[in-house]
Design a protein. Structure first.
Length: 189
């Protein structure tokens, strides 16, 4: 679910960017596009979740043994190559898409702010706050986990204790709940 959440967040940020940049085409957004984005998120995530089942890396107990994840501490070339690809394609790329899309949106909002009325400005500031909250929560949830995984993979054996991995793991898993909460409380639509 973690990868699905990250990819969905990236797809949503890109969709918002496209809608804002092409407002005349916003009405053309259909259920088909939404379905395709959701399907892409799940298929992409499945594409990264299946390889350990087929021999490229493997799953095992994580931290204190209460959850399963990729075996971060196995130092084989097979495992390390998967972790590098997973980190790049499932954490870095979604992050770049989110930052790019929301960065462009923030720039567009600032340009529109100069033109619009006070009511429009208030609405735009609310959107801007939501954008900043989403990006900060993304960073707070996933970067500690990604850093912990990289330290466990490339650091000295047992450098990351099971106890030290609990909080990053919980934050990453909590991100699937945090994003909908942000949308519910901050989006008036």
């Amino acid at each position: 679910l973690g990868i699905v959440s990250l990819i969905s967040l990236a797809a949503l940020s890109y969709e918002r960017y496209c809608t804002m940049m092409r407002p005349t085409q916003a009405n053309l957004t259909s259920y088909r596009k939404v379905f395709m984005a959701i399907a892409f998120s799940w298929i992409y995530s499945l594409g990264w979740a299946v390889p350990p089942l087929l021999g490229w890396s493997h799953y095992g107990p994580e931290g204190p043994g209460t959850t399963c994840s990729v075996s971060w501490t196995t130092k084989t070339a097979n495992n390390v190559s998967y972790i590098i690809c997973l980190f790049f394609f499932c954490l870095i790329i979604p992050f770049v898409v989110i930052v790019y899309s929301y960065g462009k949106l923030m720039r567009a909002i600032k340009q529109v702010r100069r033109i619009n009325t006070a009511l429009s400005r208030k609405r735009e500031q609310r959107v801007l706050l939501q954008i900043i909250t989403m990006v900060v929560c993304y960073l707070l949830c996933w970067l500690p986990y990604g850093i912990m995984a990289l330290i466990a993979t490339f650091g000295e054996p047992r450098l990351v204790s099971p106890e030290a991995s609990i909080v990053p793991s919980l934050l990453a898993k909590a991100s699937t709940v945090i994003n909908p909460i942000i949308y519910i409380f901050m989006n008036k639509q």
